[in-house]
Design a protein around this ligand. Structure first.
Ligand code: HEC
Ligand code: HEC
Length: 271
């Protein structure tokens, strides 16, 4: 109750987030997690509680694998008028999709913009299978995305931001640092300036995306990166963008780049 009152008072006075955050500069990364740290970059895994980490460390206990299994089944299911499955063209995902998920969003020369992994999968659904695109946040799209990204697990995130990707990267970066919403704060205020501090009852991480799609204990389901972005936007009372919008794909590129070098953890478990 008291914490809430502090935040409301500060918002009314128009003072920014720093005043709203409960000072706790004592957080230090737990030892033994070097695999999840690259230079000054830290995966959300490092900030998670030991219970959450344990759940993620054991694939049999990780509820996200219910979606992965669905994705694995979809991989070899023929759908659409071309009568093909993903496997018809890509064979065994373990080899053909190795490393693919670590490099998205990627520039698409046909669409002349960045596409994220969900969109790339849907390009194949529509153009190559002649099947309808999977809906954003459907169990199907989340499942096949998680299955494709699982094939890069442990590999470093490696998105490219040069060449044709550069202008899109700049847009994503601008979004990240732009103040918005009733609370008038940017992504960076929480995930750069205050990573390692408590906000209300939560320990702020760097907001990395190397674990997505991720199983959220709060939601009791797996969620996409963009659903997470929308949640963070809503939390500061900012209008979220539609999932799949260019704005969020560009933002995805910027945030993925912040985590270049961190291991792909898909499918992660988070609070
Ligand atoms: C008011 C503070 C706040 C703002 C502003 C904010 N977030 Fe978050 N975000 C959180 C909290 C709290 C969590 C859950 C704990 C954590 O991982 O930090 C979170 C989690 C995340 C995660 C998941 C990290 C993981 O390891 O699974 C991502 C990604 C993320 N935020 C991205 C963003 C982006 C992009 C923006 C700007 C559009 C943003 N956030 C703005 C508070 C914020
Ligand atoms: C008719 C053949 C065909 C089918 C069916 C097909 N794809 Fe593709 N896919 C391709 C081709 C061709 C490319 C482009 C290869 C390239 O750019 O090197 C591609 C590219 C991709 C990529 C990007 C690879 C990269 O390196 O960036 C992904 C991811 C992908 N497909 C996933 C899928 C999934 C998932 C399915 C099933 C839902 C599927 N594809 C079905 C032919 C197909």
């Amino acid at each position: 109750m008291k914490r809430r009152a502090v935040c409301v008072a500060i918002r009314v006075a128009g003072i920014t987030l720093a005043g709203c955050i409960l000072a706790s500069a004592t957080w230090a990364a737990p030892p033994g997690l070097d695999r999840y740290i690259s230079g000054d970059k830290k995966s959300g895994y490092v900030f998670a509680t030991p219970e959450t980490r344990d759940m993620m460390d054991d694939d049999f206990n990780n509820p996200a694998f219910l979606w992965v299994e669905k994705g694995e089944a979809l991989w070899s299911k023929a759908e659409g008028t071309a009568g093909k499955s993903c496997a018809s063209c890509h064979g065994d995902a373990k080899t053909s999709m190795r490393g693919v998920g670590a490099a998205y969003p990627k520039y698409d020369a046909t669409l002349k913009k960045m596409v994220d992994i969900e969109q790339r999968i849907n390009v194949c659904r529509v153009a190559n299978m002649k099947a309808p695109a999977f809906k954003w946040e459907s169990d199907e799209l989340l499942g096949i995305t998680a299955y494709v990204k699982l094939q890069s697990r442990g590999m470093p995130v490696a998105v490219k931001i040069d060449g044709p990707a550069a202008p899109f990267f700049e847009k994503g970066k601008a979004f990240y640092f732009e103040r918005r919403g009733l609370q008038d704060i940017a992504c960076s205020h929480c995930h750069v300036d205050n990573a390692g501090r408590m906000i209300r009852a939560e320990l702020l991480s760097q907001g990395q995306t190397n674990g997505f799609p991720t199983y959220r204990l709060k939601a009791q389901r797996i969620v996409s990166v963009q659903r997470r972005f929308a949640g963070c936007n809503e939390e500061i009372r900012a209008e979220p963008y539609p999932l799949g919008s260019d704005e969020y794909v560009n933002l995805e590129l910027y945030v993925a780049w912040r985590g270049n070098g961190l291991p792909v953890e898909t499918p992660s478990v988070r609070k």
